[in-house]
Design a protein around this ligand. Structure first.
Ligand SMILES: NC(=O)c1ccc[n+]([C@@H]2O[C@H](COP(=O)([O-])OP(=O)(O)OC[C@H]3O[C@@H](n4cnc5c(N)ncnc54)[C@H](OP(=O)(O)O)[C@@H]3O)[C@@H](O)[C@H]2O)c1
Length: 310
């Protein structure tokens, strides 16, 4: 497989992340065929040059097929289920999956793909759709090095940086560790923000000071406007997806025999959020629940604060 940018690419899964990532490929003039279960989400991409196909097997003639769906089961379904990518004789040369899924599930997917002569790269990412749009996504891949080298020019188009961490499912472990930290940070950021506000420091003042401290990060910065103005309707990532990732973290902790007390407490807190019915809302709504537990009712501060991205 040559590495010029004229390889035929396919994409399955145009949710928040998939949609933003495909836009990057289209901006780079890639030959891209797309499929999404909810077709209407794929239609706007046609105006940008994407070919919208009717069924998943229609993208199996591409050289590389990217997948960005929700869970391990969803990935198996789009690849191997009835009407799935591989349900006809057509085969792509490679599948690259960027969904956040378990190491075990990913190994099963690899075995099935290899049986069918298809290379497989795990390529989880760090960053939400806004981070993708700002060109700051990080892609971390694992799988056969030669497959990574062939795919690398396309992975590079997705964001600011890409790296290979080794063979097999190692990138899944990387992502599970990454998202465990993602959960623990939002948990603690909500706790200390409520603490500061209850003691008398306005939220925007506190969060901007943390962003300017040694503890500030791209993550604390881009969550700041939402936490200050309580704009949880702009969904970057749902409580349910975060709970899935915390469960993956706890599962890996059990597999490798690593105690993770901070992650365990966070997992329970996020489970409470899901249990209380928070669904199509940004996960950082955790701030409201944390405040409620402290007897504090929050209101939007209506202050313009930087997200560090735009
Ligand atoms: N959002 C983030 O900040 C972020 C960052 C890094 C990684 N991730 C991970 O990336 C993945 C996608 O996240 P997202 O935020 O883009 O989620 P999302 O907006 O909920 O999108 C999920 C996508 O998967 C498709 N899908 C799910 N189950 C399917 C099935 N059984 N068959 C066919 N299509 C199916 C959905 O199709 P429909 O449109 O028809 O529902 C949609 O295109 C998740 O694994 C998530 O954990 C998310």
């Amino acid at each position: 497989m040559s590495t010029n940018n004229k390889l035929k690419l396919g994409w399955i899964g145009l949710g928040r992340m998939g949609e933003a990532m495909t836009r990057r490929l289209l901006q780079n003039d890639c030959d891209l065929s797309v499929w999404n279960r909810t077709r209407s989400k794929a239609e706007p991409l046609v105006g940008l040059g994407a070919k919208l196909v009717d069924g998943k097997p229609d993208v199996a003639r591409c050289d590389i097929v990217f997948t960005m769906v929700s869970t391990t089961d969803d990935l198996k379904e789009v690849l191997f289920g009835a009407g799935g990518l591989l349900s006809t004789a057509a085969r792509p040369k490679m599948v690259i999956d960027s969904s956040s899924i378990s190491q075990e599930g990913s190994a099963e997917v690899r075995a099935e793909l290899e049986k069918r002569g298809v290379d497989y790269l795990c390529a989880p990412v760090s960053g939400n759709a806004k981070v993708v749009k700002a060109g700051k996504l990080l892609v971390v891949a694992s799988g056969p090095k030669a497959a990574y080298q062939a795919a690398q020019p396309y992975l590079a188009m997705l964001g600011r940086s890409e790296m290979w961490v080794g063979e097999g499912e190692l990138a899944r472990i990387w992502k599970i560790a990454h998202n465990t930290m993602f959960g623990v940070i939002i948990q603690n950021l909500c706790e200390i923000t409520v603490l500061a506000e209850k003691a008398g420091i306005p939220r925007h003042v506190f969060l901007e000071s943390i962003n300017n401290s040694v503890l500030g990060s791209m993550y604390t910065k881009y969550k700041t406007p939402t936490l200050v103005n309580l704009g949880f309707d702009h969904v970057t990532f749902t409580p349910k997806l975060l709970l899935k990732d915390m469960d993956l973290g706890m599962g890996a902790a059990k597999t490798y025999g690593v105690p993770m007390p901070a992650a365990a407490a966070t997992r329970e807190s996020i489970a409470g959020l899901v249990g209380r019915g928070y669904d199509d809302i940004d996960f950082s709504v955790l701030l409201l629940e944390t405040a409620k537990s402290a007897g504090l009712t929050l209101t939007p501060e209506n202050v313009e604060v930087s997200d560090g991205l735009s």
